[in-house]
Write a protein that binds this ligand. Sequence first.
Ligand code: SF4
Ligand code: SF4
Length: 546
Amino acid sequence: MRRLFQFKGGVVLKEHKKDATALPVQPARLPPRLILPLKQHIGNPAEPVVAEGDKVLKGQLIARAGDAICAPLHASSSGTVIAITDQPVPHASGMSAPCIVIDTDGEERWRPREHHVDNFAELSAQELRGIIHDAGIVGLGGAGFPAAVKLDPGGRPVDTLILNGAECEPYITCDEMLLREHALEVLNGLLMMRHALHAKRCVIGIENNKPKAFRALCEAVRHSDADVEVVEVPTIYPAGSEKQLIQVLTGKEVPSGGLPLDIGIVCHNVGTAYAVYRAVELDQPLISRYVTIAGSVAHARNLEVLIGTPLGDLIEECGGNRDTLHRLIVGGPMMGTAMHSDVVPVVKGTNCVLVESTSHDVPLPSRDAYAMPCIRCGNCADACPANLLPQQMYWYARARDFDKIQDYNLFDCIECGCCDYVCPSQIPLVGYYRYAKSEIWNQEAEKRQADLARERHQFRDFRLEREKKERAERHKKKRSAVTQGGSDDKKAAIQAAMERVRAKKSEQDSTPKNTDNLTPAQQKAINDADQRREEKTATSPPDRPQ
Ligand code: SF4
Ligand code: SF4
C-alpha cells in the first residue's frame, strides 16, 4: 500500500460528471469538413506535404514535422484537400492560423498499413520513440507537448513513470470513460512508454471518485500480470495537475522552474498511453480522441471525435442549440478557454467542450462577475496549490510591474483557478496572471527580435568593412602587379628597340649589295654622283671655330 502525501491548498468542487458518463462512448458523426490546424502542439507548426485538390486517405501523412519539437499531422478521414489556408483555431484570442481543410468523402478509406510490431519489447527505445513521433502523438492532457520528446530522458535516469488518470476538473470525463472501456490498451501503452524511458517503476494515479475506472484498471493489471501500481488519490482539485499528482504519489516536489525529470519522474496522461498503444500495435496515427460534450446540451456524453471536427457539429449531435449559445468553453470550467466561435475544430489537446446557453447556466467561477476591491483576506494564498502569493501577483500584474511579479514566481502558477474560485471579491485573478505571462513573453519575443536585428546590423557592418578591406587589398595587389609587370615590359621594349637600331646600323655599315652587275648607265650615274659629292666637299666652308 503506497503512502500518499498532500499538496498545499486546493479546493473541493462540485463534480458534474454523472450525466456524461451515463452513456457508452461512441464515434462522433463523420463531419462533411475537417479543419486540421498545422500547429496543435508545443513547438513549430507542421509543414504540409499535400496540396489543394489532393485526394487523401484516412491516416495519411498530410504535414510533416520540420524539426524535433514538432508533431506530424495526418488526415482524420479520407477525402479531398480543398484548401490550405488560415482558419479560426481554438485559442482565447479568437485568432486564425494555417490549417489543412479536407472535404470528407464518407468512405473512411484507410491508408495501407506501414508497420507490424509483434513484440514492442524487441524494439529499441529509439525505434519506439520513432513510431510514436511518426504517429503525431502529443500529450493529450492538454499541454500538447510532443510525446516522443517527453519519452526521451536524454540519458537521465527515470525512477518512476506516472500515468495521470486523476481528471480533477468538473464536467470532464473523457479519461474516466477511456479507462472504463480500454483499460488494457491504456496499460499496454503505459508499458510501451516505460520501455522507451527505461523507467524503474510505474504508477497510475486516479481520483477516488471514479470507482469503475479504478476497478477496470486493477483488472487489467491483474490480467496482464504487469508490475504496475494503481493508486486512488483523494478527490481534491487540482489533484490532476502534474506537479500536484507527483507530490501526492511520491511526496516529492518539482523544483520551481524545473521539470519532473529533475527529480527522476516522468508523467503522462492516460489518453497519451492509449494513443501510443494504437500507434505501436495497430499502426494508427493520432487522428481521433475521446471528448466530453457537457453543459447545456440534451445528451451530455463522451464521443470519439475525429481531430478537425468543428465544435458546432458536436454540439448539434449532442442536442445542443447553436443559436442559443452564450458561451463555449474548450476544457473545464476552471482551466478551460472561452471560444469566440463554434466553427473552431477539435484538436489533439481538446478534452472537453462545455456549452453554456442563455437558458441553462453552467456555474463557472468568477466569469462575468463584478469584481470588487481586494479585502486582503488571504483566501487566495490559502487555496493556492503552487504555494504562491496570488494577491501580491495580482497587484504587480495590475501595476504592470513585470519584473516584480516574476520575483513572486509567476511562472510556477499552473492557472488552476483556485484563487479565483475562493476570492470573495470575485477578482478574475487568473486573467491577470495570463495577461502578465503573455506580456512578459511578448517583451521577451520583442527583445529577442531586437537582439537579432542588432546582431544582423552588426554583422552587416562587419561584412561591409571586411568587403571594403578585401577590395582595397585586391586593388593594391593589382597595382603592384601592374607596376611590376609594366617595368618588365618597358625593359623588354627598350631592349627590342635597341636591338632594332643595332641591326639597322649594322645593315647600313655593311657594303651595299646592289652595286654589282650595274649597267653602264647606272655606273655612270654613280660616278657622277660621287664626283659631285667630292666637289661639294672641296668647296665647303671650314668648320666654324668652337
Ligand atoms: S482572495 Fe481576493 S480579496 Fe482575498 S486577498 Fe486574495 S485577491 Fe484579495
Ligand atoms: S491560479 Fe495560480 S496563483 Fe491562483 S491558485 Fe492556481 S497556481 Fe495559485
